[in-house]
Ligand binder design. Structure first.
Ligand code: FAD
Ligand code: NAP
Length: 551
């Protein structure tokens, strides 16, 4: 298929991809291989997605580098070398850029181009895409690679605009200069994965660091280290098989040491020894110490107790340790954090913790932050307050499907998409890592590759069979949403006020959004559905295409 220039109506393409992070770039590559004329529109001034935006000190991956990388090209995965067990943000960004150059992707990525609206035209069966700058594109397929964690959120706090110092969000870190924290009084608000990374990284630079914690979080040590050559070799010698295994036969899309024992079936000594061994081994291993930590309350409580005790051992001031020890949610029900020296940071004289449960923030003033108890003075405030996750980027675009119905309206009680891939009434729009798919619960690169390849195969199949329109059967979508819900309620995930639940955004419907059964079972489900001729999807040939064929 080729594109037809049609300047007054905007450029006509087979596919518009929204976003140029890991998902958008791979989608572009696959779309080209499928013979589609595709263009990726990226809001940011460069490619890389979260790894471009999150330039904050300490930003690092918590999935091992050998696994947090593309698997689609054997030469690429053999030739690229990671320098550390867990890659830093800068190294991942170099990798993304290498991939873009290697596969000549940049020529079909339009930077500084934010998609503002996408409207499905019932008459033509095509999407009309408009950018914030007013540019227009028309396409058959709208491929949403806009990210699950790309809509950074600064909470509304009275007086914020009056602050005379610098304000930054971890997810939109300045790129044109180094943020100078030397000798500064710095506040960090938020103690999720980003907060704990940035706190540990800047404590020695700032004159004084104050951490505002609303919810104490569980964190386990990464135990990062330089990449061991024999470890790298062991992966590269078996890469194809290991990648297959990760996608098809694991729940988390990663290969780490699993356990086939329940935490309640072993003695207290055995349990403690196993937790200790895993704690020493490093983060990805800890929550796999037993096979039921995510589903059994008692087993989970043992793991949580172990980590709380560790915090009490590491943090020298007992009252600070007690505040840092999470007590209001099961371990792992909010995304578990992975750190390098986070709890140790509180033993420094220049670091203090403010517990917002005791003294909530009331306002930002020109000189600092006022809590219910006092004003704290700052030169810089860093928001590590997270994202409007999973649906935020989609909700920010005015997406309208058949009959002009709005996606935002459609999802006002909570998102639903068949297999997390297609929303009923929004034909030919595919979501990559959409709600109802494993997405953020697993190694996201594995989830992205699985989705991108499924979408490309689906479009190729449609073309082979003479279809150019795919929609989700509303009944199939409903059943899938019920299934997603049912699976979530078998886990402890639903017991936390997490961003997985939409609980961090005031007014957002509370529904567990990702699919918790794991990437292996999900991949199998997607393959089965495709093999059954895309059961639950409605394929058709658009009337205008039929008349064009006849003409
Ligand atoms: P993104 O990387 O978010 O890319 C989406 C792109 O779409 C962005 O560049 C954005 O600017 C663009 N976009 C959005 N809306 C529009 C619009 N309207 N118009 C045009 N462009 C738009 N996952 C893991 O598996 N392991 C990890 O260790 C891990 N660490 C993470 C660390 C951080 C700090 C964050 C924030 C996330 C992390 N994640 C991790 C999750 C991460 O989101 C995924 O791993 C992955 O990078 C997502 O890639 P993506 O391409 O789907 O989305
Ligand atoms: P997050 O997990 O949502 O954490 C946000 C933090 O800000 C929480 O502690 C939250 O408290 C707090 N907060 C939010 N609004 C607040 C307010 N109004 N006042 C005070 N505190 C407030 O966001 P994140 O840390 O950016 O992480 C998001 C996800 O990105 C992670 O879960 C992970 O998937 C990914 N990530 C991964 C890594 C990594 O190690 N690889 C690093 C960074 C991010 P509550 O808990 O009370 O809501």
């Amino acid at each position: 298929m080729g594109s037809i220039g049609c300047e007054s109506e905007g450029r006509v393409l087979d596919a518009v991809i929204v976003g140029a992070g890991f998902a958008g770039l791979y989608m572009l590559h696959k779309a080209r291989q499928t013979g589609l004329d595709a263009l990726a529109l990226e809001a940011g001034p460069d490619i890389g997605g979260v790894w471009f935006w999150n330039g904050y000190p300490g930003a690092r991956c918590d999935v091992e580098s050998m696994q947090y990388s593309y698997s689609f090209d054997e030469k690429l995965q053999q030739e690229w070398s990671w320098s550390e067990k867990f890659a830093s943000r800068d190294e991942i960004l170099r990798y993304v850029n290498h991939v873009a150059d290697r596969f000549d992707l940049r020529r079909d990525v339009r930077l500084d181009t934010r998609v503002a609206s996408a409207h499905f035209d019932d008459a033509t069966g095509r999407w009309q895409v408009t950018t914030q700058a007013g540019e227009r594109f028309e396409c058959r397929y709208l491929l949403m690679a806009s990210g699950c964690l790309s809509t950074a959120r600064i909470p509304e706090i009275a007086g914020l605009e009056s602050f005379a110092g610098e304000i930054h969000h971890t997810g939109n870190w300045p790129r044109d200069r180094k943020v100078d924290l030397a000798g500064k009084r710095v506040a960090v608000i938020g103690t999720g994965s980003s907060g704990i990374q940035v706190v540990a990284a800047i404590a020695s630079e700032a004159a004084q660091l104050t951490v505002f914690q609303r919810t104490a979080n569980f964190s386990v040590p990464a135990r990062n280290q330089p990449m061991a050559p024999d470890y790298e070799r062991s992966w590269k010698d078996n890469y194809a098989a290991l990648r297959y295994e990760a996608r098809h036969n694991t729940t988390a899309g990663t290969i780490y040491e699993l356990s086939d024992r329940s935490a309640i079936e072993v003695s207290a000594d055995e349990r403690a020894a196993e937790f200790e061994r895993r704690w020493e081994k490093g983060s990805p291993n800890f929550m796999r110490a037993f096979n039921d930590l995510g589903v059994n309350e008692q087993s989970n409580a043992y793991a949580a107790d172990f980590v709380r005790d560790k915090i009490r051992t590491i943090v020298s001031k007992p009252e600070v340790a007690e505040k840092l020890a999470p007590k209001n949610h099961p371990i792992g029900s909010k995304r578990i954090c992975v750190d390098t020296g986070y709890f140790e940071t509180y033993n420094r004289d220049n670091v203090r913790l403010v517990d917002l449960k005791e003294e909530p923030i009331e306002a930002v003033t020109p000189t600092g932050i006022c809590t219910a108890r006092q004003e704290y003075l700052f030169d810089t405030i860093i928001f590590a307050t997270g994202y409007d996750a999973i649906t935020g980027a989609l909700g920010a675009i005015d997406i309208r499907g058949c009959g002009g119905k709005s996606l935002k309206e459609e999802w006002k009680e909570g998102p639903a998409a068949y297999l997390g891939l297609v929303v009923s009434g929004f034909p030919n729009m595919f979501l990559i890592t959409g709600p109802g798919s494993p997405s953020v619960l697993v190694n996201v690169i594995v989830a992205i590759e699985q989705h991108v390849e499924w979408i490309a195969d689906c479009i190729a199949w449609m073309r082979e069979h003479g279809y150019d329109r795919i929609d989700a059967d509303p009944q199939a979508q409903l059943q899938w949403a019920d299934h997603v819900d049912e699976v979530a309620h078998k886990t402890l995930f639903v017991r936390a006020n997490s961003w997985y639940m939409g609980a961090n955004i005031p007014g957002k419907p509370k529904r567990f959004m990702p699919y918790a059964a794991g990437i292996g079972p999900y991949t199998q489900k997607c393959l089965d559905i495709a093999r059954q001729g895309y059961d639950g999807f409605i394929m058709s040939k658009h009337a205008s295409s039929i008349s064009a064929d006849v003409a």
